[in-house]
Design a protein. Structure first.
Length: 325
């Protein structure tokens, strides 16, 4: 009988999402290898796992080949915040494309099951709302966000070509905005920006009029979706949207953040940034049907937990990964 204990590789495993995934997999008893180059991640995110006998940490950049023997691969490696992925856009594209080629090659050799952490950014500034997986997107291929958007789209292409041409057992998940404890305070995402500014009593900055909408998924719900997709039937490779379909405007998020922090911060507006999507909301019908998954944590509750995390850490101890913040 095959062992239920798997050898699992998590690329980008010391990042915000990766560290929560590693924690979940280690807790389930799997042998977990975390690979990260620590560009935007923190070793402290996995410090609590370093003493565990079934956890291993390797400093490595996925743009270079890596030889390991594994049963499953979660490919999460890539800077995900605009200021970070725009800092070195060529490297961002390399991480998505060459990183995918390297881990897919490993999966082919090891006959491992492999999951790609794709993104809602593959839909660009959508003309269909909410976005189903069948929507092919509205992306500017030469804009300032294209290194990430098109890099992730190219990675999806590679995953499906390896699946069709070489029989690699793939999974593709399109992740929508996720938040929660262990977000880097300077990752440039709207949730961490607002919380950091509100806790310091600074102006809470909205780019544009604040009417643009997003759907925010708490990290625990997201990790549950990833694991269910990996453990699901081989006939369902995706892509599948994983996110919270509850839609909020950026201004509503700013107001709720100020309320939960008890801050006296003011909301101020700045000019909109290029190619910033006006709407982003997942259609999760497929995830409900095929994975039995839907988010359970409401924004107010998840945001309160995230605020408590930000209160518990020394914000001055974090280094902004790029000069953009």
């Amino acid at each position: 009988m095959a062992s239920s204990v798997k050898r699992v590789l998590v690329t980008g495993g010391a990042g915000f999402l990766g560290s929560h995934l590693c924690e979940r997999l280690v807790g389930a008893g799997h042998d977990v290898i975390c690979v990260d180059n620590f560009f935007t991640s923190q070793k402290g995110n996995v410090a609590g796992l370093l003493s565990r006998p079934n956890f291993e940490l390797i400093r490595h950049d996925v743009t270079h080949p890596l030889w390991l023997e594994v049963d499953q691969i979660y490919n999460l490696a890539c800077p995900a915040a605009p200021g970070h992925y725009q800092y070195n856009p060529i490297k961002t594209m390399k991480t998505s494309v060459m990183g995918a080629i390297n881990v897919l090659g490993m999966a082919k050799r090891c006959r491992a099951k492999i999951l790609q952490a794709s993104t809602s950014e593959v839909y660009g500034d959508p003309e269909v709302h909410p976005q189903p997986e069948s929507y092919v997107g509205h992306v500017n291929p030469i804009g300032p966000r294209a290194c990430y958007d098109e890099g992730k789209r190219a990675a999806e292409t590679l995953f499906f070509d390896y699946h069709r041409s070489n029989g690699v057992n793939v999974r593709v998940v399109r992740i929508f905005n996720t938040y929660g404890p262990r977000m880097h305070p300077y990752d440039g995402r709207v949730v961490s920006n607002f919380i950091r500014q509100a806790l310091r009593g600074e102006d809470v900055t909205i780019y544009g009029d604040g009417a643009q909408s997003r759907s925010f998924c708490y990290v625990d719900d997201l990790i549950e979706g990833l694991v269910r997709m990996m453990e699901g039937p081989d006939q369902f490779v995706g892509p599948v949207n994983v996110g919270n379909p509850d839609e909020f405007t950026i201004r509503q998020l700013a107001e709720l953040t100020i309320e939960l922090t008890g801050s006296r911060s003011r909301i101020v507006t700045r000019p909109a940034v290029a190619d910033d999507p006006r709407q982003r909301q997942p259609d999760i019908s497929l995830a409900r049907q095929r994975l039995g998954w839907e988010p359970r944590v409401r924004l107010r509750d998840g945001l309160a937990r995230t605020v408590e995390y930000f209160r518990s850490v020394d914000l001055s101890a974090f280094r902004a990964p790029t000069p953009n913040y």
